[in-house]
Design a protein around this ligand. Structure first.
Ligand SMILES: [Zn+2]
Length: 49
């Protein structure tokens, strides 16, 4: 529960936060396929302190 993935493009302003890993990957892969931009994605899920 509570998983969140932050997708961000390093070459334009495209970014987003998704709760579903597969959805985030789809967006990431679509952006790469469409633009050949370099993007990264990280898990920003809240973790216990
Ligand atoms: Zn981009």
């Amino acid at each position: 529960m509570g998983e969140r993935f932050h997708f961000v493009c390093h070459e334009c302003t495209e970014e987003g936060v998704y709760e579903d890993r597969d959805e985030a990957l789809d967006v990431k892969n679509d952006h790469v396929a469409a633009t050949e931009h370099r993007v990264s994605m990280e898990n920003i899920s809240e973790r216990p302190a």
